[in-house]
Design a protein around this ligand. Sequence first.
Ligand SMILES: NC(=O)c1ccc[n+]([C@@H]2O[C@H](COP(=O)([O-])OP(=O)(O)OC[C@H]3O[C@@H](n4cnc5c(N)ncnc54)[C@H](OP(=O)(O)O)[C@@H]3O)[C@@H](O)[C@H]2O)c1
Length: 441
Amino acid sequence: MADTVRLGIAGLGTVGMGLVRLLEQNRGDVTKRAGSAIEIAGVCARDRDLDRGANLDAYTWFDDPIKLAESDEIDIFVELIGGEEGMARDAVERALRAGKHVVTANKAMLAHHGLSLAAIAEKSGVALNFEAAVAGGIPIVKVMRESLLGNRVSRVYGIMNGTCNYILTQMEEKGSYFGEVLDEAQAAGFAEADPAYDIGGQDTAHKLALLTSLAFGTEASFDSVYIEGIEQITPTDIEAADNLGYRIKLLGVAVQTESGIEQRVHPTMVPKKSPLAEINGVSNCVAVDGDFIGTVMLVGSGAGANPTASSVVGDIIDIARGTILPPFIHASKDLLPYKQAAMRSHEGGYYIRLSVYDRSGAFAAIAQRMADQEISLESIVQRRPGAELPGISARGQAGAPAPVVMITHQTSEASIRKALEAIEADGHVDEKPQMIRIENL
Ligand SMILES: NC(=O)c1ccc[n+]([C@@H]2O[C@H](COP(=O)([O-])OP(=O)(O)OC[C@H]3O[C@@H](n4cnc5c(N)ncnc54)[C@H](OP(=O)(O)O)[C@@H]3O)[C@@H](O)[C@H]2O)c1
């Protein structure tokens, strides 16, 4: 590339300002490593007058991201606005069509429109790099796009949302309820004012859809991801998991099965001896199973201004050095259609928690419903009514519900769902059964 590579940075929020600071602070090293001076030629955000904690007067200001995207003054358009649709997508598309390389951290946009954007990038002969879009500072995209190319990948999985992992870790450490910890996390800046996108699992699902495409050479298919968030996890579940030798984590898992690819995001019980169980607080972790490499696991910061800016700069330097790769490893026309494995055919062990009325015959009826679906149980823990467990409302009255926790052997999702529907319909439980999948990862 030329002596100077000129950036247009659209979005000067958390990540955008992290990028500006990194480029200013590490200018010498970045230039040496890139083999070109990396210069900020233009910046853009909504509010020009906002105090962003740094002086941006040296950079040409653009009010309109599209004008910046198409400007003759830039070589790389860095999209750090965010959002699946709207300005981010329009500007990226216009930049690619104008022959500008694009670096973006926007998982939502790519999970939905990655294929069409990749096709435009290929047509224009430019890069569309997105390391920061998957697990922030963890360089998993580069590892999958370059280092692991000799492998057939069978599974990719991980803890990819720091907010969820922070909440679950705090619930475990303090024995607190989900809502209390969420309030604290918001006050401490570890959760957004509107946390639904994180705690509901969508953020993890966006990242997983991108990893699935890289892992299996398929088109990204966000709509096929099965998603459950962490809102229903109670201190009782966390304590029961602990007693049984597990920790609860929100995992994203994509796995190749005989019937297709499973993509799922849900709270998961992982054995305490699993490395995943050791990932605490806001840390993230992504693991890939390949046929020759075995398992590769990367751990680090999945979000935040500095780690995310680090990934953005890695992508910029690649372009400056002349490395232009197909965004999703294969040319977009060669990506396979996504073939979805039905969630009901998922096989695994399950944790079930029931709140069972203390009546004669109740327990036998529940055992029968499990047997009807040929579900065998590895363990059952029944507490007396009013047992001192958090999250159980009734206390010690005759006939009051008592918590029953069961761990199943390997069974299918369809069987477990049928059994739980029947148990609920029988009326021996006073609330919807809790069900958490177990993964021996
Ligand atoms: N934050 C993280 O830790 C993290 C980690 C990984 C990936 N990401 C991704 O990085 C992207 C940016 O995230 P962020 O946290 O930095 O977001 P943010 O703090 O909300 O910043 C967004 C920026 O975009 C600007 N913007 C919004 N709409 C615009 C428009 N129509 N025209 C021009 N500018 C516009 C905003 O301008 P104003 O400042 O003037 O309002 C703001 O500067 C997202 O795709 C996100 O998913 C973030």
